[in-house]
Design a protein around this ligand. Structure first.
Ligand code: MAN
Ligand code: CA
Length: 191
């Protein structure tokens, strides 16, 4: 009668023989003490190649972001990327352009984001619509994703438009004004 550990040894031995015969050993080459082909101790080759594929993707993304930032095409702030198509549009069309591109109209959640959006407003020297609007009935100010605002940067005496001005524009000094939604304002999106 063979002991339990003998069965395990026999099973492991036949696995190694089979895998060598079929040249399929990379799946188990990461077993403790069996380095993978690239010498990465304990990491199976399949994981090691995922790791290096991810590392090259990361490097490529870094390069692309660097080029786009250098050319003033994007601004990175925290996890957000901000970008403008340089076009002026009414609020609904501006929002639509951003959503079609996979983002939404930029809505600053803090001073740092507000400053990053202001930099784009200054770059184009055009007031921009923010992704913020007044709720139809209550008039409560919300971001277009429906969240109530926890940050604001109203210009002095704003918002003053009552029911008349349901959208929000950013001035070149970064302050906000409630404004009619049918003006032509710079489109700035966040992704
Ligand atoms: C205009 C509009 C208003 C704004 C005032 C400020 O009337 O842009 O939204 O509040 O100017 O003077
Ligand atoms: Ca106003």
């Amino acid at each position: 009668m063979l002991s339990y550990s003998s069965y395990i040894l026999i099973a492991l031995a036949s696995l190694l023989v089979t895998c060598h015969a079929l040249s399929k050993c990379q799946e188990i080459s990461g077993l403790p003490g069996v380095p993978g082909r690239d010498g990465r101790k304990g990491l199976p080759d399949s994981l090691a190649s995922n790791h290096s594929a991810l590392a090259s993707l990361k490097h490529r993304l870094f390069q692309l972001e660097a080029v786009l930032s250098l050319n003033g095409k994007i601004r990175k702030v925290g996890e957000k990327i901000l970008a403008s198509n340089g076009k002026k549009a009414d609020f609904a069309s501006a929002l639509q352009s951003c959503e079609e591109a996979g983002g939404t109209l930029a809505a600053p959640r803090n001073e740092e984001e507000n400053k990053a959006i202001m930099d784009i407003v200054k770059q184009y020297n055009q007031y921009a619509y923010l992704g913020i609007r007044k709720e139809e009935t209550s008039g409560q100010v919300r971001s277009v994703n429906g969240l109530p605002l926890s940050y604001s940067n109203w210009h002095q005496h704003e918002p003053n438009g009552k029911g008349d001005e349901k959208c929000v524009e950013m001035y070149t000094d970064g302050t906000w004004n409630d404004k009619k939604c049918n003006m032509y304002r710079l489109t700035i999106c966040e992704f």
